[in-house]
Design a protein around this ligand. Structure first.
Ligand code: GDP
Length: 444
């Protein structure tokens, strides 16, 4: 998991002062020494670390007293706020052109994830904001680049504008914007050429495209795994071209987090999105505050709730609640629930967002067995309508039939029936509690 080492160390440090009723200057000094080491180990730029520690120390020592928090908690709050500030404070938005189309230039070194991110961003604009993006293949030097973008477009059913590799990128951009106007595309995403290293030719070409297309955003795509190199690349692109934001890819990998924590401070340019995987839906807006909470082990509850909200059908949720109350929950409802949870993404990823998750031993090694879930689905699908509603009628010969029909074993069928029964018992207890609570005037 990204930030793992940093999260462990910072959480260890704040644990020591969490409950303290009084904090001396020496306590703060000791804590800051550890924070400093933790950040340096996470490959955060040393100047950034120095500034950060200075700021937190000043605030922690001379801070205003708040009655609702213990002094220990107040220091933690300061660290959380400053960590948020370090990563850019507020979440930043994508610009919208006064007159469409909004033009976004995607730039970056080869292998950073530029083409993939171009596809992901178009997908996000369409899915979340109902936009109509046009992808533009302007990397004419790498033979496979145009094809790669076309494949991405096909996968997403989004149009890709290309003129092959014999027309200049500037001309491609020009014609693409014309076409976008004609066909009422509201976003144009230009996938520009990448190189292995920054060179003058590349910058010259990017500048030309910039002058001609007058982009509303220039997003630099950098690989989080490259740590301080990513920060240096960002600085160079910004000096030469002027970027408006950064997309940090491969944050799903084992990065120590240095790039995420240094880029904003060093370049003054915000991280707008983070890449969390190779799939086309693995791009997330970057929320500094949530990331800070995640690093400090406070969990990313807001992202979790957002994921749930995006996937759960409200009507269905209400219906389900009613069923739980009246105890008419069936195997069909169970199957439905399973489907909704699966839509939210891999279960192990969801678990990691929970507060304190990184303190749970072994969670990082936990691989939720998706195959087992498929078995459960197959078993339920092999039941008759009546069996799903009245599982108590499922006798030995029916169990055998269901196991055969679902390609599983009788033991698995037995286990699921038992689990379902236990779940219903638990629901009964919960709805009983709810009844009692209501009488006492408790709110749920
Ligand atoms: P480009 O040369 O900058 O256009 O890079 P590509 O888009 O071809 O990506 C290079 C590799 O990085 C591909 O294998 C991508 O699947 C992979 N990649 C891109 N973004 C991410 C990400 O957020 N997470 C992971 N794990 N892989 C990514």
């Amino acid at each position: 998991m990204a930030f793992e080492g940093l999260a462990d160390r910072l959480q260890g440090t704040i644990q020591k002062i969490r409950g303290k009723g009084k904090i001396s200057e020496a306590d703060v000094k000791e804590m800051m020494r550890e924070v400093r080491l933790a950040l340096l180990e996470a490959d955060v730029n040393f100047k950034v670390v120095k500034q950060f520690v200075k700021k937190v120390s000043e605030r922690a020592v001379g801070q205003e007293v708040m009655k609702s928090l213990t002094p220990g908690q107040q220091v933690i709050k300061v660290v959380q706020e400053e960590l948020t500030e370090l990563m850019g404070g507020e979440q930043s938005q994508i610009a919208v052109a006064k007159r469409p189309p909004t033009v976004i230039m995607m730039v970056g070194l080869q292998g950073a994830g530029k083409t993939t991110t171009t596809g992901k961003l178009a997908n996000l604009l369409r899915k979340k904001h109902n936009r109509k993006p046009l992808l533009v293949a302007a990397d004419i030097y790498r033979p496979a680049a145009i094809k790669q973008l076309e494949t991405v477009g096909k996968q997403l059913s989004l149009p890709v504008f290309s003129l092959g590799d014999q027309v200049s990128p500037v001309e491609i951009a020009k014609q693409a914007i014309e076409k976008a106007k004609e066909e009422h595309h509201d976003y144009v995403l230009i996938d520009t050429a990448g190189r292995l290293h920054i060179d003058e030719d590349l910058m010259g070409e990017l500048k030309e495209i910039k002058e001609l297309s007058n982009p509303d955003e220039i997003f630099l795509v950098v690989d989080a795994m490259t740590g301080q190199d990513a920060v240096n690349v960002a600085q160079s692109f910004d000096d030469a071209l002027g970027i408006s934001g950064v997309v940090l890819t491969k944050l799903d990998g084992d990065t120590r987090g240095g790039a995420a924590l240094s880029i904003r401070s060093v370049t003054q340019k915000p991280i707008k999105f983070v890449g969390m995987g190779e799939k086309m839906d693995a791009l997330e807006p970057f929320h500094p505050e949530r990331m800070a909470s995640r690093i400090l082990g406070m969990g990313d509850v807001l992202s979790l709730i957002e994921k749930a909200q995006a996937n759960v059908d409200e009507e269905k949720a209400k219906e389900l609640e009613q069923k739980m109350r009246t105890m008419s929950f069936t195997f069909d409802d169970f199957l439905d629930q399973l489907g909704q949870v699966r839509q939210m993404g891999p279960l192990d990823e969801l678990l990691k967002m929970m507060p304190g998750a990184n303190k749970m031993k072994g969670l990082d090694k936990l691989q939720v067995d998706e195959k087992q879930i498929s078995h459960v689905e197959a078993i339920i699908q092999s039941m008759t309508k009546n069996e799903k509603i009245h599982p108590e009628t499922i006798n030995a010969s029916r169990r055998k039939r269901i196991a055969k029909g679902s390609g599983t074993s009788i033991q698995e069928v037995n286990r699921l029936l038992k689990q379902f029964e236990d779940m219903k018992k638990m629901m009964k207890q919960m709805s009983g509690m709810q009844g009692k609570g209501k009488k006492k005037g408790m709110k749920f």
